[in-house]
Design a protein around this ligand. Structure first.
Ligand SMILES: [Mn+2]
Length: 160
């Protein structure tokens, strides 16, 4: 309990300094994906899920120092795959600029994958960059042949 209050206090303090958005996003993603695992990689090892957003963050960080984009890279799967909601992210101090990125990276279950990628093409370059890094990482994790085809097509669409 005390730890949690302290953490909230710490998060608020970092927000006020406007420096800690990336740290807050990392903490939220780590907690949200806790207990989740990736599909087995090419060595047959199931990694903790958080390793995936971490690698996406590392890739994105090589192209930009934009803290909103890096924060969004940490959070890019939380709306789709965890209990987090836009409201809970907002309450934790995630700014609207980051929420905008995360919202657009989230695939609604009703929409077809191709249409989702077409929509992403209309988005901010940061959104497309995070999605590209996401797909590149997904390709490293022993995807099926149909997944490889899907990802290749999406990369082509995002590149033009
Ligand atoms: Mn992902």
């Amino acid at each position: 309990m005390f730890g949690q209050i302290f953490r909230i206090y710490q998060e608020r303090e970092m927000m006020e300094n406007n420096t800690g958005i990336v740290e807050i996003a990392k903490n939220i993603a780590t907690r949200a994906h806790e207990g989740q695992y990736r599909r087995p990689n090419r060595f047959g090892v199931k990694e903790p899920y958080i390793k995936h957003p971490e690698r996406v963050v590392n890739l994105v960080s090589q192209f930009t120092q934009d803290t909103d984009a890096i924060a969004a890279a940490w959070l890019h799967d939380v709306l789709e795959d965890t209990k987090c909601t836009e409201m809970s992210l907002k309450d934790s101090g995630i700014p609207d600029t980051v929420l905008y990125f995360v919202r657009h990276l989230t695939k609604n279950k009703e929409i077809k994958y191709d249409n989702y990628i077409e929509e992403l093409k209309k988005c901010d370059i940061m959104v497309r960059m995070i999605k590209t890094a996401d797909i590149l990482d997904n390709l490293t994790d022993s995807p099926s042949n149909s997944q490889i085809e899907k990802y290749k097509k999406a990369l082509m669409l995002l590149a033009i």
